[in-house]
Structures are given as structure tokens and as C-alpha cells.
Design a protein around this ligand. Structure first.
Ligand code: NZQ
Ligand code: ZN
Length: 393
């Protein structure tokens, strides 16, 4: 286990009807002028919008609204939010929605204090400073884990680039998590969310760092809990127990608790961000295509087989084949693919409407034209990425 520093100060307020306390909580955090940010129509249909407005009014808070965040959130709306915050002297950002809404708030929160264009921060050209407007959220979609993570991901729709930046100060100050608010999720979003949660767990699990048993075991618990509860949530959308388990997994998979003391991989997220930057597909769907294909590719690499076999045995109850551990490893991939298929997610790029015309560009972007590798569990070079994309087709 490597040395590490871990600090996550997000106050998690979890359970039924917790959204009713949002006004009080904002007051407690010292908010007085709030920007209430949300996406499309889902919170209006579910009634959450009215609940939030009432709670803010009851708490006597001044607030403005910024609706219109879309999946794979756009930098244009972030710029709009920054202008509103400056003009209206906003002192708190309230995100109500999924990862895209929370990420937009995070980018606005730092962008307000940066004199240049916020894309400089998002693209990594300039490092974020120490000042930001605090962000709090009411989570409606367990997936991205942005409710406790220290990063955000934003797209520039004009140049088809999706990029992310982070800061230890970026974690929301509070996150209100009522599993009942996820009952209205369409099955596809529930499945995409679970795939993203599993991916966050696996990006950390598949690590070259030895002696990380505690965090391995916690990650396995997250994975087995999602695997057990996803089919239940799909069959019974209003099953509180299943929704609650998934919601807690979503946060703990991505607040970096399980990343402590280890080198992480993140190859699949890098690849998925390329794909959704170009083709605007759901993040979880992109991961459903890339993760099993990447795992299968690595079953052919001797040094990766022991960990892949451990995953197959502990997470998927596969039987260990001591004579041919690669076989065990492949069984883990097969069972993951079955889950993805049964959850109604794509397993190939074609099923997601993605062609092969950008394969070369993606392989070049991820390796700076072949001059570096990507990932740590296995270092993927340009040729590896080309081959992998071919298998994902
Ligand atoms: O816009 P509305 O109408 O609200 O609909 C949303 C949206 O269309 C809908 N939705 C959300 N909650 C709902 C609901 N529909 C019905 N009932 C509810 N309770 O779901 C759709 C997708 O929402 P979105 O926020 O885009 O999904 P998600 O939470 O999966 O976030 C994805 C974004 O997060 C980024 C991804 O790249 C992607 O841009 N990520 C952020 C990370 C982070 N900050 O730590 C890490 C992740 O790896 C990820 O990259
Ligand atoms: Zn993700």
C-alpha cells in the first residue's frame, strides 16, 4: 500500500424526504443568494422542483434559477452561470440533478474567480485557484459520484472535446440523497448509472499496486452490491432498499475512499470521454462497451491475469482454474457482459450508433500521437488502442 492523503468533507444527508431540509441546510452553510441549477424536465415532472422552490422560499433565501443542463454538460451553460453569479453576487450553488448538473456547478464555482475563459481551467491549461463558490446538491441519479468527488467533466460542443479538472476544494459541501428521488429514472438511465458506478470501482481495483487488500475488499463489496441490486431496481423501480444500496455505492465508489494507497488506472474513462466527446452518447453506455472489451484484451496479457482472475472469483463467484487462470479471468468478463446485456446496455459501438471513422484520431489523442501510453494496470499504447477499438466495433 502506498502512502496517501485523503480528505472528504462532504456532509451526506441520506434517507427518505431529506430534500425537505434543503432550505435549512443552505442557511446552516451561510448561503444567502443561491443559484438553483438543474437540467431538463425530470425534476418538474417528479414534483422535486416545487419542493425545492417551497423550501428555499420558506427559508427566506434569495434565489435565481439556471435550468437547461444537458447530459455531457456544455461549457456554454457554464459560461452563462459564471456571468449570473458575478452579476447577481451569488454566494451558493445548489445543483439538483445528476452528475451533469453537479459538474456544471463545480465548473461555475471555480470559473467565477478566474479572470480568463473557464475552458482554460477545464482543459487543464490553467490550474484552479483557492477561491470558489460552495456547491451543495440534491442527487437524483446515482452514477457519476460527483456528489462527493473532487472533479468535474465538461464538453465544448464547438470543438467536440470533453475534458475534466479537479481540486480538493471541489467536493460539494453537502449532498442530499433520497433514494425515492431515483424511482422516476428510466431503466436505461438506471443501468447506465450502475455501469458508471462499477467502472469507478474497477478503475481503482485494477491497479499495479500490491498489498491493497482492504480497499480491494471494499471495492468488491461495492461491485457485488450493485450486481445484486441492479436487476431488482430494474424489475421494481420503487424498491427502496435496492435504490438505497445503489445510491450509497455510487458515492463510495467515486469519493476516492477505495483509491487510497494505490495507483489507479482510468484508461476506460479516458477512452469513454473521447467517444462521448465526439458522439454525445451516455457515459455509462460508453463504459459498458469499453470495459469488458478492455478486460478481455488484458486476459491475453500474462501479468494482468492474476488480478482479473481474483476479480472473477471474488466478484462473480467464478471457479478458480489453477491450471489455466486466464480461463477464470475470461469467465469474469463473460459474466460482466451478461449483466450488461440483461440490463439493456450496448456491448458494441455499432449498437450505440458509433462508427469507426475516428478510431485513428482517438488512438492518437490518447497517446499524443503514439508518444506515450495510457493506463497503469496495463499501459495501453497506440497500437493496443487501435486493436481494442476494433474489438469494440
Ligand atoms: O435533464 P433531466 O430532465 O433532469 O434528465 C436527466 C438526464 O437526461 C435524467 N435524470 C436525472 N435524474 C432523473 C432523471 N430522469 C428521471 N428521473 C430522475 N430522478 O438523466 C439524464 C442523465 O443525467 P446526467 O446528469 O447526464 O447523468 P449522470 O449522473 O450519469 O452524469 C453523467 C456526467 O457525469 C460525468 C460524465 O462524464 C457525464 O458528463 N462524470 C462525472 C464525474 C465526476 N464529476 O466525478 C465522474 C464520472 O466518471 C463521469 O465522467
Ligand atoms: Zn464515470
Amino acid at each position: 500500500m502506498n502512502g496517501f492523503t485523503f480528505q472528504c468533507g462532504t456532509k451526506m444527508i441520506f434517507g427518505r424526504e431529506t430534500e425537505l431540509c434543503v432550505g435549512e441546510e443552505l442557511r446552516r452553510q451561510g448561503a444567502s443568494r443561491v443559484l438553483f441549477v438543474y437540467g431538463g424536465s425530470s425534476i418538474k415532472k417528479s414534483g422535486l422542483y416545487d419542493t425545492v422552490v417551497k423550501a428555499l422560499e420558506k427559508a427566506g433565501l434569495f434565489f435565481l434559477e439556471l435550468p437547461g443542463v444537458v447530459p455531457n454538460p456544455r461549457v456554454s451553460l457554464v459560461r452563462e452561470g459564471i456571468e449570473i453569479c458575478r452579476r447577481e453576487k451569488i454566494d451558493f450553488l445548489l445543483a439538483v440533478g445528476g452528475g451533469s448538473v453537479i459538474d456544471s456547478c463545480k465548473a461555475i464555482s471555480f470559473g467565477v474567480y478566474y479572470d480568463g475563459d473557464v475552458w482554460d481551467l477545464i482543459s487543464g491549461k490553467v490550474r484552479p485557484g483557492q477561491e470558489r463558490i460552495p456547491v451543495g446538491d440534491i442527487l437524483t441519479l446515482p452514477a457519476a459520484g460527483s456528489e462527493e468527488s473532487d472533479s468535474c467533466v465538461i464538453s465544448d460542443e464547438t470543438i467536440l472535446v470533453k475534458a475534466g479538472f479537479g481540486s480538493p476544494l471541489m467536493r460539494p459541501v453537502f449532498s442530499i440523497m433520497n433514494p425515492e428521488l431515483t424511482y422516476t429514472l428510466p431503466p436505461y438511465q438506471t443501468a447506465c448509472g450502475c455501469m458508471d458506478i462499477m467502472a469507478h470501482a474497477m478503475e481503482r481495483y485494477f491497479s499495479p499496486t500490491p498489498d491493497v487488500e482492504m480497499t480491494d475488499r471494499v471495492t468488491e463489496a461495492i461491485l457485488t452490491t450493485v450486481i445484486h441490486n441492479l436487476p431488482i431496481a430494474l424489475a421494481e423501480p420503487e424498491n427502496y432498499a435496492a435504490r438505497a444500496e445503489i445510491m450509497l455505492c455510487g458515492t463510495w465508489a467515486q469519493n476516492d475512499m477505495t483509491g487510497c494507497g494505490r495507483i489507479q488506472d482510468w484508461f476506460n474513462h479516458g477512452l469513454e470521454h473521447q467517444i462521448s466527446g465526439f458522439y454525445d452518447i451516455a457515459h455509462g453506455a460508453g463504459l459498458a462497451i469499453s470495459f469488458p472489451a478492455w478486460m478481455e484484451y488484458l486476459c491475453e496479457k500474462k501479468e494482468c491475469v492474476p488480478k482479473l482472475a481474483q476479480y472473477a472469483v471474488r466478484v462473480w463467484n467464478a471457479e478458480m482454474n489453477f491450471e489455466d487462470p486466464a480461463r477464470t479471468a475470461r469467465e469474469g468478463c463473460k459474466r460482466l457482459k451478461n449483466l450488461i446485456r440483461e440490463a439493456g446496455l450496448p456491448l458494441t459501438l455499432r449498437e450505440a450508433g458509433v462508427g469507426n471513422e475516428r478510431f485513428e484520431e482517438i488512438a492518437d489523442n490518447m497517446t499524443d500521437g503514439g508518444s506515450r501510453t495510457c493506463g497503469s494496470f496495463y499501459q495501453m499504447g497506440r497500437e493496443d488502442i487501435r486493436k481494442l477499438l476494433g474489438r469494440m466495433e
